[in-house]
Design a binder for this molecule. Sequence first.
Ligand code: ADP
Length: 392
Amino acid sequence: MKIMSINAGSSSLKFSLFDMDTNDVLVSGLFERIGIEGSCYTIKNSEFKIKQEAVLNNHADAVKILLDKLIELKIINSLEELDGIGHRVVHGGDKYTDSVVVSDQVVEDIIRFSDYAPLHNPAHAVCIKAFREVLPNTPMTVVFDTAFHQTMEKDRFLYPVPYEWYENYQVRKYGAHGTSHRYVSKKVSEVLVKDDLRIIVCHLGNGSSITAVKDGKCVDTSMGFTPLAGVVMGTRSGDIDVSLVPYVMEKEGKSVGEIMDALNKKSGFLGVSKLSSDSRDIEDAIKEGNEQAILAQKMFVNSVVKYISQYYVEMGGCDVLAFTAGIGENSISTRAEIVEQLACLGIKLDVEANNVRGELTCISSKDSNSLVYLVPTNEELMIAMDTLALIK
Ligand code: ADP
């Protein structure tokens, strides 16, 4: 069976086509700058890579070229060979606790939840509509990034604010990266052949979040009402005292929008280091003794450790600490710095085993109280697997 997973952004469309018998990627690619000058696409697999400019006025243009190319490149002989299409959707509000088959109602809801994810949900809806128009008979599903976090109890997902804010406007913690947290915790369970585990998943990338997973269910997560909350990120501040918003507004004569923009796009690694949002640049600058970079890295590590220790206590211990995403999978030094601070919990790394990037590996020492794993995330495969399960 062949299933395609789709991740549409406001001006992009990422895709991966899977052979579900082997879980191999047959072809993948990216359509960029949709609706903007200079649009282009890349399609690749282990045998070829095509990069081409193209007129992409909207997502429908990208969908048409993508499907034509799949046939032209003989990846499939006809569109009937596509058994299903799974769409990643950032926000499912508090309605969707699982992945679902696409219907008019689902598309309507995705649009309705745009308030919570204004950059993403409208683009997802446009893209789903474009696919449904060209492939009206192909089964399609939606995999929500918030769904995995819907198992949190009320005392974990509520903010201590006037209760009417929740009742009237659904102000609460929704979390993010749910598909990644679900994939990684599931993978850990498979590897250890055990379901009743307390796992702390550290998804550390440009955006980062930490999730406490007990018996396969999310019990708490670091991102909040929006993906601005939680740990220090590439350009996002993570948790702050909200009082600084009106304070800086007044000092600098700025609007709420401008301050929110600074908290989302000019903070985190970038804001503190004054250098870059990319952890590789931070690591390079640290080697040269750059004080701001050293400070940014310390603040990032502190914030991650704070959540790990909180979730350790919340779950009454931790069987497995799992690192994933760009930094979690690749930054040997960041993993070491984080685990070093967990020594009082008896969590220890095996220095040699930790000398690894992007491969499923147990990196804890033999005498560590918790296992520590590096687990490469694969949100695309998770989406395809959900789609397969739903259409079967
Ligand atoms: P997102 O999906 O949130 O955009 P990623 O999961 O791709 O982000 O992670 C991007 C981050 O991962 C960047 O900060 C980048 O520097 C970091 N990263 C990627 N490769 C490496 C590496 N080899 N060493 C250290 N950090 C890396």
